[in-house]
Unconditional design. Sequence first.
Length: 488
Amino acid sequence: MVNFPNSGVSSAFINTGGIINQPHSQIHCKQCGMPGCDLQVMDCGCFLHARCTPISSNQQLTICPACGARARSLLLIPMNFDEIDEAKAQAAATSPSSKRGKKRKNATIARLNPSNSRVDEPGDGSELRTGRWTSEETMYCDKMIEKFEAGQLPIADGVKLNDFLAGMLKSKQSRLTKKMKNARLSAKTYKRTIGYISNIEEAKEVSQLERLFFESIHCNMERAEIRFHMQKEWRELFSAFCVSMSQKLDADSWLSSVEEMDKRVSQAKDAARMARRKVLMGYALSQDASNREHGVFIENNAASERNNELLPSHASSNNLNGMVHQDKKPRPDHCATSLREFSSPFVGRVVQYLHRHKLPFEYVDAWVPSFVPSSDAPDAEQKCRLCFAGFASCDVEIPEDGTAPVPISGQHHFDLLSFGEYSAKFSFDVGCGLPGRVYQSSVCSWEQGVANAPSQQFERCGGGAQWGIKTDFGVPISSPQVGRIVVV
């Protein structure tokens, strides 16, 4: 069985107790003599590739297969981030090129450092490799197919050949099928015979073909990326293989390194989305500012540092959630969810109002009257203006066909947050803009197709187009404190 780590294991630094005290590139397999090992035998200290290690079903490993010494268990080596970190640093310092023939390199830069990719560059955003095959990759792939069909790999039974190759090579399925049209990859499933490469010369050949494949990749960044990925794949496959064979495996440090990988991936995606939001907000503000109507005010710092902040603040989360849950009345299905995000406790009472009156919404922002000077003069007359007071989004989104609400996607939620931050840059004179018109008339306003509407109909149409806002509904609400507010 696989030993899982205890809670509290730090994933910031992987400590293997001083057993692995040299670079992973200098650790050679005791069976084939090639670097890139996946395992260490405890206590003799021999290093092995996963594909070079014999594992028997329901029989614990007690003798080292390399030196014959007594063995306590196998240690799954944690991932080493040195090479991939260097590649990411290089990607961060490299700008995508617009020249022909640089698509593959640009894709590598985008995978390693998403925030440095071109926002307007077309593509599906996939992290899988595309492009031509090198002869070295073809030979390595052919050898993997041979060993797969012979049942000589540490893979659990039932894995399909196309899934194994696509995962190992980090390649799109379509890339595989184009290269091997008649191989019937999806029709072949793995059936173990011995589960490892027993012939030492064949094991050396596999490792040499793998090394030649890495060396055939001219881009240092792509080479580091695929080497890191394939090491991770071999160790994940071996871990699943040990589970299927009931073989004890010390995987504490490995699983901690996996947690570190997941954290880094999440941080990279957040950084990429923030960078993209900053650019899109600049586009939207440029469009709306150029078509601004009289009485509509937009902050001058269009690309201010606020774009780098996570909005809204989580500091008041507990206070607001407490305000919302004080309402003991059952809520309708379309809003029987917890509040996802908010920018002020004031919005909590707005949400309570919407729940009480059974008004469906995915996103809501509030506008309150405030008296501001009409000019910069010291004795300038005070003028009433509708100012942004916060926003909120729900846990569900309402399908266009009117069916039951479904959980909101992460991207849609992020788009609503972006639109909320974008809206914070606006303010409106009474009678101007949607909030100003609703405030002045005290009459609700329903507007559809706002993303393509002219600026005089929806003054935030630039932001609406960028973040998928389709319909808005302005509602005047009486307030004992300020007389009247507007909710959109």
